[in-house]
Ligand binder design. Structure first.
Ligand SMILES: [Cu+2]
Length: 157
């Protein structure tokens, strides 16, 4: 009993503390959520629908101003059957779109979502949307990071 107390009150206790501190640091690093303020979304817009269009493309410039990579995994918006991240691909004169599971944006890099490349696909409109409308969209990144932005509906330049 005495021996046990001795270990606990001297080096043993300190070691436990050190190990705990170490674990807390490791956990904090692994779960580092990033800072949504360090993700910048420039000029988000949705292509105004042509008559009878049921899928619309959304575009933006996404900047990662932070010191860690951020991974976009999903986009969400009310008023559509489904919202997905897509990439347009041209191969041998054929155009197609691919579902993108995630996109990593390295620290201090930017990624342009534009016609013929990455875009957000809004499918199955529940109501009419017109040029000038604002559509709230939540961009979801890994590690629980979220960014809400208003996309403006407009005709292409
Ligand atoms: Cu698409």
């Amino acid at each position: 009993m005495l021996k046990y107390q001795g270990i606990l009150s001297c080096s043993g206790y300190q070691n436990i503390l050190l190990i705990l501190l170490f674990l807390i640091n490791v956990t904090a690093f692994a779960k580092q959520p990033g800072n949504p303020d360090l993700i910048e979304i420039n000029a988000p817009w949705i292509r105004a629908p042509a008559p009878f269009a049921h899928a619309l493309g959304g575009f933006m410039l996404l900047k990662n101003l932070s010191d860690i990579p951020v991974t976009l995994v999903q986009a969400k918006a009310e008023g559509f059957d489904e919202v997905m991240i897509h990439k347009s691909i041209s191969e041998n004169g054929m155009h197609r779109m691919e579902y993108v599971e995630n996109i990593v944006i390295d620290p201090h890099k930017e990624l342009r979502f534009e016609h013929g490349s990455y875009h957000i696909m809004f499918m199955g409109l529940h109501r009419k949307i017109r040029p000038g409308d604002k559509v709230p969209v939540t961009l979801i990144f890994k590690k629980g990071l979220e960014k809400s932005v208003l996309f403006t509906v407009r005709k292409p330049d």
